[in-house]
Design a protein around this ligand. Structure first.
Ligand SMILES: Cc1cc2nc3c(=O)[nH]c(=O)nc-3n(C[C@H](O)[C@H](O)[C@H](O)COP(=O)(O)OP(=O)(O)OC[C@H]3O[C@@H](n4cnc5c(N)ncnc54)[C@H](O)[C@@H]3O)c2cc1C
Length: 487
């Protein structure tokens, strides 16, 4: 029997798993997909928000402002790719100036440090490629960017290293109470726990309804993006927002933690977790992005993607114990700034679980930190040393992102080995560059098959590894077998 089961391996679930792994507990995270961070947590702007945007007094404001410094600290501890770039909300006219003044005052009310309004001359010195129509901006020095999927998986890896468990490919389909504990029905049998935390993202309303009558609903709001080649990165230094409106924070043009540039998102109500990219949505993003940065060249776009927001009818995050079902906790309706808020939410829910009777005694196995070798960021001397220690660090597999075979193999040796080609990409960046895996994909597939064969101790064929989800197979058969015959 578990002390705590967390449903959902997004950034909220993984942050809580890491926070709880500090204590000597039996904790399991259950995720329906084949990896952590495959839902909203992998497809967003990756911005560490400063905290001036949410309405004062809301949980969104509280957790965003508390979460901001925690993310930077955790990224250092867990060696997660991030950058403190600062962010700008730019204004084009007097109406925008009034909005910017309002955001500044809201930020002060939320106790956001390092906020100021910058005027034309300074603004264009900070961002030389900004539209000359931008007259002023709100500058937030604590804004930044993080690799969102790595922030989640790094916490899950450290938690597993410290003794916590992650069960992938396991969907929770029902929950019942028996003798004071919860029994969870999953696609892989039943599991029992004293406490359950619902961190199921866009499905958090469905999971809540497994234990209590409906009291909130999730509306799905899709946001679409262009991911641009690193050749465009010179165009912005910080994250550039336009003034927010009834559709949210608006289209941004900003750097990614990996050195690319993104433009997006739009905000469209969709049915379910619909992550399709549409011509109309992408046209809107293009038009709005060009308004901020007219030199953007969309022929440099290397990929489109979209993510779906969990917009709750409660109009704020839902964090804490259920009022009706003792032992059941929600981390639900976590739309933006959920990534930025996640470590603060995790700390608070840990405290609440303690107050509800969970014993929080120090875990002697807790692993606070993690270190990852990244060839791309090494000096020439460091590269020589890495290749001398392990010749696989001398073999560059992904040429766009300069990822070596050593890094791919290391990803399989870490506590949460990848099960798909996309998971390899999320762990070490192979396939993330200009060719999007067109060249390195087959080699990565071979390496993945070899490494998974060692882990599972049965032969795994490249054809058995999906691109992302189960069923998304890249290889349908072999034209030549070792015996020379086609399949
Ligand atoms: C377009 C867009 C842009 C955004 N930009 C930012 C930003 O720049 N900065 C910021 O701070 N925030 C941003 N956000 C918000 C942020 O991405 C989310 O708040 C955060 O990722 C939510 O994490 P989560 O763990 O709650 O949900 P998710 O990441 O969706 O995780 C939930 C998990 O639960 C699993 N699950 C669901 N049902 C079950 C079940 N029955 N059994 C088992 N597993 C289940 C799912 O498979 C999923 O993996 C953005 C969001 C969007 C959509």
């Amino acid at each position: 029997m578990e002390d705590v089961i967390i449903i959902g391996g997004g950034v909220c679930g993984c942050s809580l798993l890491y926070a709880l792994s500090r204590y000597a507990l039996r904790v399991t995270l259950v995720e329906k997909e084949n990896d952590v961070s495959t839902g909203t947590s992998k497809a967003n702007s990756g911005i560490i928000h400063a905290g001036y945007d949410p309405e004062p007094g809301t949980l969104m404001a509280k957790y965003n402002v508390e979460g901001n410094p925690l993310i930077y600290a955790l990224c250092e501890t867990l060696d997660v790719v991030h950058k403190k770039t600062g962010s700008l909300v730019v204004g084009f006219n007097d109406r925008d100036r009034a909005v910017i003044q309002g955001l500044y005052e809201r930020g002060i009310a939320n106790q956001v440090p390092g906020l100021r309004i910058v005027e034309y001359g300074e603004l264009h010195r900070m961002e030389p490629h900004l539209s000359k129509d931008c007259v002023c901006a709100l500058y937030a020095e604590t804004g930044g960017v993080v690799s969102p999927w790595e922030f989640a998986s790094a916490q899950a890896e450290a938690a597993v290293q410290g003794g916590a468990r992650v069960r992938l490919d396991t969907e929770v389909t029902g929950i019942r109470k028996e003798g004071g504990n919860f029994v969870l029905a999953t696609g892989r049998g039943e599991m029992e726990s004293r406490f359950v935390v619902n961190a199921a993202g866009v499905c958090s309303d469905l999971v809540s309804r497994m234990v209590e009558p409906e009291f909130f609903t999730i509306h799905h709001k899709r946001g679409q993006y262009f991911l641009m080649d690193t050749a465009s990165s010179y165009l912005v230094n910080s994250v550039i927002f336009q003034c927010p409106n009834e559709n949210g924070k608006g289209v941004i043009v900003g750097p990614t933690a990996h050195g690319n540039l993104i433009a997006g998102p739009d905000n469209e109500r969709v049915r379910g977790d619909d992550r399709t990219n549409t011509a109309a949505g992408m046209d809107f993003v293009r038009k709005m992005a060009l308004r901020s940065v007219p030199d953007l060249n969309f022929s440099q776009s290397i990929r489109n993607f979209s993510g779906v927001r969990a917009d709750s009818t409660l109009n704020d995050f839902l964090v804490g114990p259920s009022e009706r079902v003792p032992g059941f906790f929600n981390i639900a309706g976590i739309k933006s700034p959920g990534l930025s808020s996640s470590p603060a939410i995790a700390q608070d829910v840990t405290r609440m679980l303690g107050e509800a009777g969970l014993k929080l005694e120090k875990n002697p196995r807790f692993t606070a930190g993690r270190r990852v070798k990244r060839f791309k960021y090494m000096s020439v001397e460091e590269r020589r040393k890495a290749a001398a220690e392990d010749p696989l660090y001398g073999a560059v597999i992904c040429r766009c992102e300069t990822v070596t075979e050593g890094e791919i193999v290391d990803a399989f040796k870490r506590p949460l080995p990848p099960r798909s080609l996309d998971a390899v990409k999320r762990r070490c960046g192979a396939g993330m560059g200009r060719c999007q895996g067109g060249f390195c994909g087959p080699r990565v597939l071979e390496i993945a098959a070899r490494e998974l064969s060692k882990i599972r101790d049965v032969p795994v064929r490249p054809g058995g590894i999906p691109l992302d989800r189960e069923g998304m197979y890249i290889i349908t058969g072999e034209t030549k077998t070792p015996e020379g015959k086609g399949e």
